[in-house]
Write a protein that binds this ligand. Structure first.
Ligand code: FMN
Length: 389
């Protein structure tokens, strides 16, 4: 029997990749939800002997183990620096599966206090030619109680001996909550979910919730972070920022982060800029791409997101950075780390390239470490070392 036929990468290549080459056809959101539900089912049956076997094969194919990739960052053990970015598993329905896909950590959410349906469909569009996506989902999620239930079902409450699962949870403001009541809204979901996460992300950068980005204003952000820091057993905090801020605005946020002893920043969320994309009609809506609202992700974001990491790290080496935006290859991951990111996350690139992207990035980093005779990835962070083919 040819084992390769049954490998996850082979199935992806044969079934999913051809669908992704086309902007029309199977709806992008439908495809995401279908994959997630298959994973949810598999996760709930992982004790079945047949599933155990399948998971063993998946993890043999996708997990690269090396001490050189592991780091302890603000007290959290990361077995490798590659994470699943927020937005894919919003409700945590497959939370205990991501490690089998080779990820060193995963970020669930964005979760809001109240369940909410998000914006009108269609609201997620593939832009295959540019390996990009446009989304205006609008924090569609089942709310913090549902996320908690899902984590309980998967038995992943944080304990001292919780092994192999490294979990961030990304928090956002509920749509029905007015901006001046944001703090209470964030606090309610945080309080509920602190027992489950290794770190918490304060998302003030989604372009699809009206007014949310105003919370990036230092005076409003200070108020929000001040209350969050007072929470009992507050985990390490990361603030997720937009790529559409200018360097002066970013510097002000960095100043605040230092002052308030916030652990780090996640840069970046999706962009309102169309980043040089060629205009065309989006067939699902009949409107021009440039007239569609939403945030752009994927390859066109790569340079901008990398420049932001570089800028922050050059100005301030203390802030821990998680780099995300357009990472779609081992080279792009290495560049982000050498620009100053301690950890990286993937989303759009992972969808287009498939599950093999994670082990390929891990192997690529290991090769570079070997080339430069570096014994642990932490010594590459912000080093400016160039990728060697
Ligand atoms: C469909 C989709 C949904 C997303 N949902 C969220 C979200 O709920 N919260 C969040 O912080 N970021 C969300 N993001 C942004 C990603 O986490 C990431 O920051 C961004 O896409 C850039 O990375 P990428 O180019 O690798 O996709 C979403 C992105 C996409 C494509």
């Amino acid at each position: 029997m040819n084992k390769r036929i049954y490998s996850i990468s082979n199935i992806y290549e044969k079934i999913i990749s051809p669908i992704l080459e086309n902007d029309q056809g199977v709806d992008a959101e439908y495809l995401t939800n279908l994959s997630l539900n298959i994973l949810k089912f598999s996760s709930s049956k992982r004790e079945w002997p047949i599933m155990k076997n399948i998971f063993k094969n998946i993890s043999n194919e996708l997990c690269i183990k090396s001490e050189k990739l592991s780091q302890n960052i603000c007290g959290i053990d990361f077995i490798n620096p590659i994470g699943l970015a927020a937005g894919f598993d919003k409700n945590g329905i497959a939370a205990n599966i991501w490690r089998d896909f080779g990820f060193g950590f995963s970020e669930l959410g964005t979760v809001t206090k109240f369940p909410q349906p998000g914006n009108k469909k269609p609201r997620l569009f593939r832009l295959a030619k540019e390996q990009a996506a446009l989304n205006r989902l609008g924090f569609n999620n089942n709310g913090s109680t549902s996320l908690e239930d899902n984590l309980i079902k998967q038995k992943i409450k944080k304990t001292k001996d919780r092994k192999n699962i490294c979990l961030g949870i990304n928090f956002g403001k509920s749509k029905i909550t007015p901006l001046d009541k944001s703090t209470e809204d964030y606090l309610a979901s945080l309080k509920q979910l602190i027992p489950y996460c290794d770190y918490a992300t304060i998302n003030v950068s989604s372009p699809n919730t009206e007014g949310l980005r105003k919370l990036q204003d230092p005076s409003l952000l200070r108020e929000l972070l001040y209350e969050i820091k007072l929470l009992n057993e507050c985990p390490p905090l990361f603030v997720k920022i937009a790529p559409d801020l200018n360097f002066k605005e970013i510097d002000e946020i960095c100043k605040l982060i230092n002052e308030m002893r916030i652990e780090g920043l996640i840069a970046t969320n999706t962009s309102l800029d169309r980043l040089g994309l060629e205009d065309r009609i989006i067939l699902q809506t009949g409107k021009k791409l440039m007239n569609e609202s939403g945030g752009l992700s994927g390859k066109p974001l790569q340079i901008k997101a990398n420049n932001i990491i570089k800028h922050i790290h050059n100005n301030d080496k203390k802030i821990i950075l998680i780099g995300v935006g357009g990472i779609d290859s081992p080279k792009a991951a290495w560049e982000r780390i050498c620009s100053g990111a301690s950890l990286i996350q993937v989303y759009t690139g992972w969808i287009y390239k498939g599950p093999l992207l994670v082990p390929e990035i891990a192997k690529g980093i290991l090769k570079q470490l070997e080339f430069y005779k570096i014994s642990n990835i932490k010594d590459a962070i912000g080093s400016g070392l160039k990728w060697q083919d």
